[in-house]
Design a protein around this ligand. Structure first.
Ligand SMILES: C[S@@+](CC[C@H](N)C(=O)[O-])C[C@H]1O[C@@H](n2cnc3c(N)ncnc32)[C@H](O)[C@@H]1O
Length: 282
């Protein structure tokens, strides 16, 4: 096994890393490969410092003994939360051009649309979906009941998502007219920050949810975004998750996954529409 450089602040043996991997997989589904060792070291080193613990083996014992207090910090340290507004923009274009017109004609009677951003990180994904839905000429928001559920396991990113406050850097990619429509510019300690408008926020319910555990969800979804999440899971875990998504979707519901993910060879419950967009077949 590849070892970490000697003379580091904390000792992390191969055995420690194996145990961390096992805990990560058990609690989150995240499968940590050998080349993640350095990353795991630096992220968890912060916890060892905060707890004044000098060895990883002691941290693992602490985590086992104080699961209730420490598990959240452990999980928050090992998740990867990279995201951006309108990331993989073709998904939002497809939503506008195809999914929304189709749903609008299907749901004429109940006027109810439900979407889920599973693994929503700091909120850029569900807010991008909510902007797309709110801008759709098909949905008059006074008569349509359009709502998104946005969930993540990591409580830190979820707090950010709920707050809906972003630095200029984060919203740079959004075109000017959208920025003006959906964000309010404010100065905070001499810094420019952008608050997501309440109109968007009220369309989204943010909840903590571990995809590996039972889902306290009522009703079915018209579409699910689960992008750049399963990339960290092994194939058997992905299959279980995708089959559960099929169960959670309405007939013909859509599933959007990340650019380096695939359902090919994982589940037959969806057909591919190309460009990492799938449709439930059974
Ligand atoms: C790389 S981010 C993807 C964010 C967004 N979907 C996107 O594509 O831009 C992956 C997110 O999945 C979340 N995640 C990882 N394992 C999870 C689990 N078992 N349950 C729920 N969320 C999980 C992480 O906390 C992280 O915020």
């Amino acid at each position: 096994m590849g070892s970490l450089p000697k003379n580091r602040e904390f000792d992390m043996t191969d055995r420690d890393f194996d145990q961390i991997r096992q805990l990560a997989s058990e609690f989150t589904g995240i499968s940590l490969s050998e080349h993640k060792k350095e990353m795991v070291y630096s992220r968890l080193a912060r916890r060892l410092r905060a707890l004044d613990i000098s060895e990883f083996s002691d941290y693992i014992s602490y985590l086992r003994a104080h699961e209730r207090e420490e598990l959240g910090n452990f999980v928050n340290s090992i998740t990867t939360n990279l995201t951006s507004f309108f990331r993989e923009n073709h998904h939002f274009e497809y939503l506008s051009s195809t999914v929304i017109p189709e749903l609008a004609s299907q749901h004429k009677a109940d006027k109810k649309i439900r979407g889920w951003s599973a693994g929503c990180s700091t909120g850029e994904e569900p807010y991008s979906v909510a902007m797309t839905l709110s801008e759709a000429p098909e949905f008059d928001m006074r008569s349509w009941d359009v709502r998104m559920l946005a969930t993540d396991l990591d409580t830190n990113v979820l707090r950010h998502a709920k707050n809906g406050v972003y630095d200029l850097d984060r919203i740079k990619g959004i075109d000017e007219s959208r920025r003006r429509k959906w964000f309010e510019h404010q100065k905070q300690d001499e810094k420019s920050v952008y608050h997501v408008s309440d109109k968007l926020k009220e369309k989204i319910t943010f909840n903590q949810l571990n995809l590996m555990k039972p889902w306290p969800i009522n009703g079915k979804f018209d579409f699910i975004f689960c992008r750049n999440v399963v990339i960290y899971f092994d194939k058997p875990t992905q299959k279980i998750l995708f089959d559960r998504y099929a169960d959670a979707l309405n007939e013909g519901g859509y599933l959007f996954i990340g650019h380096s993910e695939t359902l090919h060879g994982v589940t037959t419950r969806f057909k591919s529409l190309g460009r990492t967009i799938y449709r439930k077949v059974h």
